[in-house]
Design a protein around this ligand. Sequence first.
Ligand code: UDX
Length: 455
Amino acid sequence: MQVAIIGTGYVGLPTGVGLAELGHNVVCIDNDESKLAKLKNCELTIYEHGLQELLEKHLNKGNISFTASMKEGLLDANLVVVAVGTPPHKDTNEADLQYVYAAAQELAPYLNSYCVVAIKSTVPVGTGDEVEEIIRKINPQASYDVISLPEFLREGYAVYDFFHPDRIVVGADSIKAYSLISKLYEPLLATSTNTKMLCVSRRSSETIKYASNSFLALKIHFINEMADFCEQTGANINEVASGMGLDHRIGRNFLKPGPGFGGSCFPKDTMALEHMAQKYEVNLSLVKATLNGNQSRIDNMAKRLVTVAKEICDEPIVGILGLAFKNGTDDCRFSPAMQIVEDVLKLDPKIVIRVFDPKAMENAQFILQEYADRIIYVKNANEVSHSADVLAILTEWPEFSQINLNYCASKMRNKIILDYRNMISIRRAHELGFSYSCIGMGTDDLHQQQLSRPL
Ligand code: UDX
């Protein structure tokens, strides 16, 4: 099948490469010439595990190509996938659809024979109707169907998720369009027995994406509130989450407490859903509570860190582990870690930060330029500890659980760990004389942990 993908970001690029691996001929279209030059040269513009190898394979085979020309990209296309960004509007927080509308306007003149236009960008309910209308006005002769084909790829795991989706949701009101999408994913469905393909109306499909992300965000917010509860009652959130997760109706996933959720999807999509609800005069009280609660949590995490640091000395050095919004990515957009770093620096002008992240240092350095004189970017996790008074773990990179605590203990000025991702062995931290605190455990429980209770 001949596929054109508009947008080469975190969604468009892994989708394009994945479809090439399924045997399709893919042309990726983007208006950023510098990005295109890199991609043509097999240089990735984002970090995604496993993407580099697949891109190289299909560039060499000639199954994937890159262009800035809509005309060239759409030549003979059976399917056009719109995978451009829908960031929150800077004033209203609703999804900003300017790039989706622009894509629709630009692609419309080049629809020569029957083509499916699939919207993969996360868009408000009803956007499919608008895109259909835009195309019709520009090219009334065109034979096409506009469908919703939401993505559920996690950043950092996008390649894995592409080949192992739980479901492929197709929002199509035309059998012809649905058949084309079935054919597109036929090679994947043949091998991935756990994947379900679901055909629903376009509006239901658009809603499924928002409802799914908001529900997951709510689940995280719930476990974070339970963590607060455990801190006061002396229960242990890790044990509580394990006990809850064993109930299949609840499930284990998305029950990890932390400093709050972030990233380019959960904050943006919950905000956009709340905005839509206001428009339709529906009270989505849980979505509202999730949004506000998550923001307060991030603020409180920064305040907690400043309080701990300032109790020790007037000019503390804070070692930070993690800047990306989660592990496995270099993405710092809406990262709780980034917000905490910024808040800490704003809350106290005497604090200096030493920081390390395995992938996100470059992106973070760019965003945090105005604080350049108070942030020291170091080369590895252990170096964060040099002369530090507090060590704070903000992103759940697995390697942080393996940090050399012995080394840190010998290098730190004061031995305090604030573990916002519950990653460090409590027993080990105590053995080395650290004052250790984490999320969702009262102090009593932390001491009991040293007894290594069998779970
Ligand atoms: C999400 C959805 O999971 C994906 O299906 C969708 O298409 C895009 O948005 P992503 O933003 O890549 O993916 O990240 P995800 O892995 O879902 O994590 C989001 C945030 O929640 C991160 O900040 C992460 O640290 C946090 N999180 C996640 C927790 O705090 N606890 C958890 O148990 C899970």
